[in-house]
Design a protein around this ligand. Structure first.
Ligand code: NAD
Length: 486
């Protein structure tokens, strides 16, 4: 049986308690391996190793030397592409075409984008005259923040982890990563790559386990941690922010969403249908930026609903490496139960089920997997819980609107503010809505198109802070001012 261990100070280790839990494949519920849950002793050891590494060979590297080492990670991940692909797919069940085009290549590229950033960023400098007639020059210096705790979700496990480990390490910090309990494999495997390219022990550590009363809360509450960066649900972000308040540790929070797409009658119809299809169903709807509310201008409402239904009908569920597979399962039984509870609630609340609403009929060998049907609803009031709460499944509610003002009001009527996408040929209207809809990320006639130099993050209860390009440096470095008098 495969053992999924913790990675502490450059070595794979179990735990003092002997506590393990089963990791099962969401495609067919088969057992992948046993995960060794880190307790307080392992979290203490990981944080101590990370702190010691700050003052060891890692801390003495120049920026250029450090970046060369991290660029080596990209080559080594690509060299072991199939190992990462197999591990990610076994943990998540996602289709191979998705993981091989997004998860693994972007997971590797995240190191390169931030080594390029840190090598090319400048700091400000000012000169002034002093009262005694001398001169003083101030300049900024970016120093590492210290030991960074990285708490990750399960939807894009490697990609979202390196999105934080990449800039953290490029800036000279050391990290302790707590992957989601549902997806421990690729973060753990990355330890082998770190050792292979010569990243010193203690720079990158992984503690496996759960959140509350487990590795997650032990790590975020640890006094040896200098900053906590988190991606996950808003309610978990609240708990993490409270934990980080002790010791005044900064947080970077990328949280949940209930993202709206706004489709005007003058849009390029095929582009809008194709792009909304992706934004609702890709990764089985388990994308933080995904669309769960679609607002369509009334003259094209019926045509749009019918076209999206046709697309949903083509979403064939199946095994990850089957070339016909268009959609995978949800990540776990726990998540399947949650999504299905919303499917039931939608019916109770009086939705018209345009498509789906249940579990697809699967062959016997896949029946135990975490499958749900792609689902489209109409006819609910904006107060319905499936219109207000984040479901994180392959589903959306479609609502008609008559005026631009009404569309903006409905899009903004949420506690969340992560992302939106607007479909129209009227560029004036698009740019108006881009400022009026309260989000961190706005796409016009597109979705999920990313330039990694740009800021990424949510407003309202979708997060605090921006990461990406130079914006990541605000969190992963301390900006110190030096003044010289001469
Ligand atoms: P989650 O909040 O349940 O768990 C995320 C991580 O936090 C896991 O590793 C978990 O073990 C840990 N955790 C849970 N409780 C904790 C605690 N008290 N202290 C410390 N750690 C704790 O989220 P999830 O279900 O894994 O992921 C789905 C959520 O992530 C969705 O809400 C989605 O919108 C969000 N998400 C946001 C972004 C973004 O960029 N804004 C990206 C991806 C996912």
């Amino acid at each position: 049986m495969k053992q999924i261990l913790n990675f502490i100070n450059g070595e794979y280790v179990g735990n003092a308690s002997g506590k393990t839990y089963e990791k099962r494949n969401p495609v067919d519920n088969s057992l992948i391996g046993m995960v060794h849950e880190a307790g307080q002793p392992e979290v203490d050891a990981a944080v101590a190793a990370a702190r010691a590494a700050l003052h060891g060979p890692w801390g003495k590297l120049s920026v250029v030397e450090r970046c060369a080492m991290l660029d080596g990670l990209v080559a080594e991940i690509n060299h072991r592409f199939d190992d990462f692909l197999q591990a990610e797919i076994a943990d998540t069940g996602k289709p191979a075409h998705l993981a091989s085009h997004i998860d693994i290549p972007r997971g590797a590229a995240n190191f390169k984008i931030f080594t390029d950033t840190i090598k090319n960023v400048s700091t400000e400098s000012f000169e002034m005259r002093t009262p005694d007639g001398k001169t003083a020059r101030s300049y900024g210096v970016r120093t590492p923040r210290g030991v960074i705790a990285i708490i990750c979700p399960w939807n894009l496990p490697l990609l979202l982890m390196t999105w934080k480990a990449g800039p953290a390490l490029a800036c000279g910090n050391t990290v302790v990563v707590k992957p989601s309990e549902a997806t421990p494999s690729t973060a753990t495997l990355l330890g082998e790559v770190m050792n292979k390219v010569g990243v010193p022990p203690g720079v990158y550590n992984v503690v496996n386990g759960f959140g509350t009363n487990s590795a997650g809360s032990f790590l975020t509450a640890h006094p040896g941690v200098n900053g906590v960066t988190f991606t996950g649900e808003t309610k978990t972000g609240t708990a993490i922010m409270k934990a980080a308040a002790d010791g005044i540790r900064p947080v970077s929070l990328e949280l949940g969403g209930k993202n709206a797409a706004v489709v005007f009658a003058d849009c390029d119809f095929d582009n809008a249908v194709n792009t909304v299809t992706r934004s609702v169903f890709e990764n089985c709807g388990q994308v933080c930026l995904g669309t769960e509310r679609v607002y369509v201008e009334r003259p094209i409402f019926d045509k749009f609903v019918a076209a999206l239904k046709v697309k949903a009908e083509t979403m064939k569920p199946g095994r990850p490496f089957d070339p016909d597979t268009k959609i995978g399962p949800l990540v776990s039984k726990v998540h399947q139960k949650k999504v299905l509870s919303y499917y039931a609630k939608a019916k109770e609340e009086g939705a018209t089920v345009v498509f789906g609403g249940g579990v697809p009929d699967m062959p016997d060998d896949l029946k135990d997997g975490c499958w749900v049907q792609p689902t489209i609803w109409t006819g609910l009031p904006e107060t319905a819980s499936v219109v207000r709460e984040e479901i994180f499944g392959p589903c959306c509610h479609i609502q008609p609107f008559d005026t631009e003002e009404e569309a903006v009001r409905m899009a903004n009527d949420t506690q969340y503010g992560l992302a939106t996408s607007i479909y129209t040929q009227d560029i004036g209207r698009a740019s108006r809505l881009a400022t009026q809809i309260e989000v961190g990320l706005c796409w016009i006639n597109s979705w999920f198109l990313r330039d990694l130099r740009t800021p990424f993050g949510g407003s309202k209860q979708s997060g605090i802070g921006r990461e990406g390009g130079v914006h990541s440096l605000e969190f992963y470095t301390e900006l110190r001012n030096v003044m010289i008098k001469y």
